[in-house]
Design a protein around this ligand. Structure first.
Ligand code: ACO
Length: 171
C-alpha cells in the first residue's frame, strides 16, 4: 500500500477517526481520497452506485483539485485493502454552511459504496461512522442523506431515522 505521506490527499488525514480505523483492523486502511485513486479502483467501487465511467488521469486530478480548492467542504474517504492497495469502499460528507441557525453547518452524506465482494462485512457501517465523526468534528449540527427504500434498513442500523421526502428534477 502507498503510505499516506506519499499521496496528495483531499484533506488532513488527522481528521480520520482513529476509533474507526481500529475497528477496521490492520488489513484495511481508512484515509482521505488521493489525487491518483483512479489507479486504485475508485471507479470500480463507484460503479455499485450508478454509471461511473472512468476519467482520464488528468481529468481525475482536475476534478480532485477543484474539490480540494474548497477547504472544509468536501470530505471523501476511502477504505484501502492493504495487501492489494485497492479501494474496497468509499463515501463522502459535504459540509454546507448556512445563514440560519447562527451560520450552522449541515453535513450531506453522499455516494456510499462498498465493492460487491466486500459487502456485508460492516464496511458500510464503518464509512458512515467515520463520516459522522468528521461532520461532528467540523461542527455540523445535523447530518442528512437521501437513499432508496431498500437501503432504509442499512441506514437505520447506522442510527439514522426517516424524516421528510426527497424531490428531484433532472436537467
Ligand atoms: N437491507 C437490510 N439490512 C442491511 C442492508 C439492506 N439492504 N444492507 C446492510 N444491512 C445491514 C447489515 O445486515 C448490517 O446489520 P447487522 O449490524 O445487524 O449485521 C448493517 O446493515 C451494516 O451493514 P454493512 O455490512 O456495514 O453493509 P455493507 O458494508 O454491505 O454496506 C451498502 C451497505 C453501502 C448499502 C452496500 O451494500 C453498497 O455499497 N450497496 C450498493 C450501493 C448503495 O446502494 N449505496 C448506498 C446509496 S445511498 C447514499 O449514498 C447516501
Amino acid at each position: 500500500m502507498t503510505p499516506d505521506n506519499q499521496l496528495d490527499l483531499l484533506f488532513d488525514p488527522s481528521l480520520i477517526p482513529a476509533s474507526v480505523q481500529e475497528q477496521l483492523g490492520p488489513d484495511l486502511h481508512l484515509r482521505p481520497l488521493a489525487s491518483d485513486d483512479h489507479k486504485r479502483g475508485h471507479f470500480d467501487v463507484l460503479a455499485v452506485l450508478t454509471a461511473a465511467p472512468q476519467l482520464s488521469p488528468k481529468a481525475y486530478k482536475g476534478n480532485f483539485d477543484e474539490l480540494k480548492a474548497c477547504p472544509g467542504t468536501y470530505f471523501i474517504i476511502v477504505i484501502i485493502d492493504v495487501s492489494s492497495d485497492k479501494i474496497v469502499g468509499s463515501g463522502s460528507v459535504i459540509v454546507e454552511r448556512k445563514f440560519l441557525r447562527g451560520t450552522g453547518l449541515v453535513g450531506h452524506i453522499e455516494d456510499i459504496a462498498v465493492s460487491k465482494a466486500a459487502q456485508g462485512k460492516k464496511l458500510g457501517l464503518r464509512i458512515i461512522n467515520a463520516l459522522e465523526k468528521i461532520g461532528e468534528s467540523r461542527g455540523c449540527y445535523k447530518i442528512i442523506l437521501d437513499c432508496s427504500e431498500k437501503n432504509i434498513p442499512f441506514y437505520e442500523k447506522c442510527g439514522f431515522k426517516h424524516k421528510e421526502y426527497e424531490m428531484v428534477r433532472y436537467m
